[in-house]
Design a protein around this ligand. Structure first.
Ligand SMILES: Cc1cc2nc3c(=O)[nH]c(=O)nc-3n(C[C@H](O)[C@H](O)[C@H](O)COP(=O)(O)OP(=O)(O)OC[C@H]3O[C@@H](n4cnc5c(N)ncnc54)[C@H](O)[C@@H]3O)c2cc1C
Length: 388
């Protein structure tokens, strides 16, 4: 049996390893268009590789019931240990390698694959394929070859400089696959307000998302200001929620918080205003304090009245930002959309073509920041091989 795996990212590497472990007699070929495997994994978790998440619910994924069927048997810690990657939890239920090194994770996976006899073929891009005589003919930029089965682990369109440029989606469409609309997920957003003066500022906040005037979600975390918008993990999560709702009518409110991580009140501000003309400086940076004063139309150059403090507190509790659009794929951590789940059987084989399989981000599944997307990439690869 000759298997081709297209894409040596997290999902492709794990599929290759698990396939060789289960069927040592199979010939497994792992192709990638880049000059190294798993370029994206090296960039994950700010170089620390947030490789999974122990959240026991699957609700935070798009198509959560489909995902739960695929991931329910994926014991992350045991599987990763079996791949030579002992893990620990950090930041709540986030799973990280004990080494806290994404680069080590890639080295360990690549070495394991090579030791098992996986043929890793780099700098080789697949551009087309066709089925005939019970085989799958793959057309690469340099040559063509026949295989018994092909596993597509080519990722989405996010961060194309790390490998996944989405060029095969057109090919999949021609092969009659339904490809759900592709759009950047987990990315910074642009806002209508002029935030240039806040560029580079960071602060911990409670961010609330309203879509079409309705409250949708709130999340605590650090927000960073860009020249024309907002970034940070919280914002990236909200950007995916806005994309899933397929709307542009969204507002994000950021709250200034006091020492108890509660919303700053008029009473808080009034107490401090007796000692300092701009009481907001006790809670947020100078630039953000000035922005809140400007939005409230109050100049903090005198001892503020309680009414003025109330007005400032009202804005500080919910500093409004109006969603304009998302940054593009080069800034996004995950692709929303991809091969529609309706095209796939329970074992992740194609319902459209025999001998064709899909795993990882190429499928129309995405999760929030925090290890959910690597969990999907690795867990879907494991599920596929378990059902091979
Ligand atoms: C900056 C950044 C940080 C992230 N941090 C995290 C994190 O901490 N935790 C987390 O869970 N997720 C994180 N993610 C998301 C996560 O990395 C991805 O969801 C996951 O790696 C997807 O794995 P994959 O194997 O499905 O696809 P990919 O990793 O995208 O791999 C696809 C591979 O296919 C190859 N390929 C594509 N087309 C072809 C072709 N035609 N021919 C040959 N080869 C091809 C590409 O070169 C690539 O190597 C992050 C993403 C980014 C961009």
């Amino acid at each position: 049996m000759k298997i081709a795996i297209i894409g040596a990212g997290a999902s492709g590497l794990v599929a290759a390893i698990k396939c060789k472990e289960k069927f040592p007699e199979y010939e497994v070929f792992l192709f990638d268009r880049m000059d190294a495997v798993a370029r994206k994994v090296k960039a994950t978790g700010n170089g620390k590789c947030n490789i999974g998440n122990l959240d026991s619910s699957f609700e935070r994924y798009l198509h959560s019931s489909f995902v739960s069927r695929i991931l329910k048997d994926y014991d992350q810690e045991t599987t990763l240990l079996s791949l030579g990657i002992p893990t620990k939890t950090m930041y709540g239920s986030g799973l990280y390698p004990v080494s806290e090194s994404a680069s080590n994770v890639v080295t360990l996976l690549e070495e394991r694959a090579r030791l098992l006899g996986v043929n890793i073929i780099l700098n080789t891009r697949l551009s087309e394929y066709c089925l005939g005589d019970g085989k799958i003919n793959l057309f690469f930029d340099k040559y063509q070859a026949k295989f018994d089965k092909v596993i597509f682990s080519v990722g989405g369109k996010s961060n194309p400089n790390l490998g996944s440029d989405g060029s095969l989606f057109e090919v999949f469409r021609r092969h009659s696959y339904l490809v759900a609309d592709l759009t950047p997920g987990l990315c910074p957003i642009r806002v209508k307000e002029d935030v240039k003066a806040l560029f580079g500022q960071r602060f911990h906040t409670m961010a609330s998302l309203f879509i079409d005037g309705q409250f949708v979600h709130e999340e605590y975390g650090e927000v960073m200001f860009k020249k024309d918008g907002l970034s940070g993990i919280v914002i990236m999560n909200l950007s995916s929620m806005i994309a899933h709702k397929k709307t542009n009518d969204a507002k994000i409110y950021l709250a200034a918080l006091n020492q108890k991580n509660e919303i700053v009140t008029a009473k808080n501000l009034f107490e401090i205003s007796k000692k300092n003309h701009n009481p907001l400086l006790a809670y947020v940076g100078e630039e953000l304090a000035a922005y809140i004063c400007k939005t409230a139309d109050i100049s903090a150059d005198h001892e503020l009245s309680y009414e003025e403090c109330q007005k400032l507190a009202n804005i500080a509790a919910a500093i409004p930002f109006t969603y304009l659009d998302r940054y593009d794929f080069s800034f996004s951590q995950v692709t929303i959309g991809g091969i529609a789940i309706e095209n796939l059987s329970a074992d992740l084989s194609s319902k459209v073509e025999d001998g064709v399989y899909f795993i990882g981000e190429v499928i129309d599944v995405d999760g929030p920041c925090g290890g959910y997307n690597l969990r999907w990439a690795i867990g879907s690869a494991l599920h596929l091989v378990n059902h091979f």
